[in-house]
Design a protein around this ligand. Structure first.
Ligand code: F0G
Length: 458
């Protein structure tokens, strides 16, 4: 395919799902009924659903075939062994513990290693990771490089960990840190990759303090593709080998197979430490299931095994990252401020820059996300002060950034869907000055973005 301007989708469509086309009036009613929270919308009322790339992708014909091979034995199912082999083919960890999704792996990991007084550094904790660290009583610290906090700034590896900040935290908090975590790609910071060089640097700092390093590997293949494209000396390599290198630098990982597992459900906790693994399996049995299925059906394990073989293919990753960049480029051409460079799985609109007249505590991200739905039935996700502005002590403060994420499900939408999305955002951008902020009328104590209710400000 080299030499062509157009990078085609490396698949054709065998089965279609109709989209229900809605009118603006209908969407206005739906929005009000949902308390202006897009999570509360029935998905039938959404035309292009970019709420998340998690579990929303299309499976391949081979994955559907793998479902049929699924063996539903409670213990020792061959599906588990195929799953375990597929994980170990990419990541050489001793223990592979299946979970129903990523946060279950996080819950188990931090139940084992977290607790009051503990401190967990990460480049940027995803919201469920932070919530699970905090639910154990531990403190979650984000140490991404300074460039990673500046939406307009270009840097090839904006997800990198700030190594001197990490060293400072580890010496200040000596004895309190059970492990260091690195999220690849850095979802909350814009889907930005972490370089192999930076991972080696984190490894060296961990070694200095005798600490294990864990990956939050949700988008490991996209991260490896960015390394392949951007890191000096990596261009001639196979992504699968880069993934190996990433894993070899770590002592374990949490994973949501709903992202780079190319599956609709699933995850795992993998690690080398025998004692931690034993504790983790005991907790797994308590809430997820027996260690050879971990809350999944055997057929899900088979779908993941096949997904892991497909996700590291270069033709897939080239298309995947390029099609996300395509959306970013279209928006930049239309003068819409986005996090740059475009991330792997999503385009992040800079709502704070787009709506400077709406202060962070009136939720510019929420204002933009609801406007995109109203305008064109496009559902994105606020990643800003609604998501991160409420601390466990009940105090509210502006998040580092107010973004709206347009996450792109894998192998699901076509280029014309994305052209439409660009047009919708462009139209909203034209009337940005007229958008109003929101106030929260109802919210839970944690993870409020899922269920808070809003009212538009006059
Ligand atoms: N870590 C990262 C970096 C994630 O992006 C997610 C999920 C998780 C952990 C938790 O995995 O959903 O399987 O329990 N992110 C989804 C998203 C929900 O929309 O970004 P999970």
């Amino acid at each position: 395919m080299h030499g062509f301007r157009t990078i085609i989708e490396p698949f054709r469509i065998k089965s279609v799902e109709p989209l229900r086309l809605t009118s603006r009036e209908e969407r206005a009613r739906r929005l009000q009924a949902a308390g202006y929270n897009l999570f509360a919308l029935p998905s039938d009322d959404v035309m292009i659903d970019l709420l998340t790339d998690s579990g929303t992708g299309a499976m391949s014909a081979e994955q559907w075939a793998a479902l049929q091979r699924g063996d539903e034995s409670y213990a020792g199912s061959p599906s588990f062994y195929r799953f375990e082999a597929a994980v170990k083919d990419l990541f050489a960890f001793t223990h592979v513990i299946p979970t129903h999704q990523g946060r279950a792996a996080e819950k188990i990991l931090f139940s084992v290693v977290g607790g009051p007084g503990k401190v967990v550094p990460n480049n940027t904790h995803f919201d469920t990771t932070r919530a699970n660290v905090e639910a154990s009583g531990a403190k979650a610290v984000d140490l991404v490089i300074a460039e990673g906090r500046r939406p307009e700034l270009k840097h090839p590896f904006k997800g990198n960990m700030d190594l001197s900040a990490l060293e400072r935290v580890l010496s200040e908090e000596r004895g309190k840190v059970p492990l260091v975590m690195v999220t690849v790609t850095n979802n909350s910071g814009g889907g930005q990759p972490v370089s192999l060089e930076n991972l080696k640097g984190v490894r060296a700092v961990c070694d200095k303090f005798g600490l294990p390093l864990f990956l939050d590997g949700c988008r490991f293949a996209e991260n490896a593709w960015f390394i392949h494209e951007r890191e000096p000396g990596q261009q001639g390599r196979q992504v699968r080998d880069i993934v190996r290198d990433m894993g070899d630098l770590a002592d374990g990982m949490t994973m949501s197979a709903k992202k780079d597992g190319l599956a609709n459900i699933g995850g795992w906790l993998a690690l080398d430490d025998d004692a931690w693994a034993q504790q983790a399996r005991n907790l797994l049995i308590l809430t997820e299931g027996f260690p050879t299925y971990g809350g999944l059906a055997g057929r899900d394990l088979d779908a993941i095994a096949q997904g892991l073989a497909e996700v590291v293919r270069h033709d897939y990753l080239r298309y995947r990252v390029r099609s996300t960049q395509y959306v970013g480029e279209g928006l930049l051409r239309a003068g819409v401020p986005i996090v740059q460079p475009t991330g792997g799985h999503a385009v992040y609109l800079d709502a704070r820059a787009m709506l400077p007249h709406i202060p962070p505590l009136q939720y510019p991200g929420q204002a933009l996300a609801t406007a995109l739905y109203l305008e064109g039935g496009v559902r994105g996700c606020e990643i800003g002060t609604v998501m991160f502005g409420l601390s466990p002590d009940g105090k509210e403060s502006p998040a580092a950034m107010d973004l709206v994420r347009l996450a792109i499900p894998r192998r699901t939408y076509t280029q014309s869907h994305m052209d439409y999305v660009i047009e919708v955002v462009e139209r909203v951008a034209h009337r940005a000055k007229a958008l109003k902020g929101y106030r929260i009328v109802e919210q839970p104590a944690a993870l409020r973005h899922f269920s808070a209710k809003f009212a538009p400000l006059a």
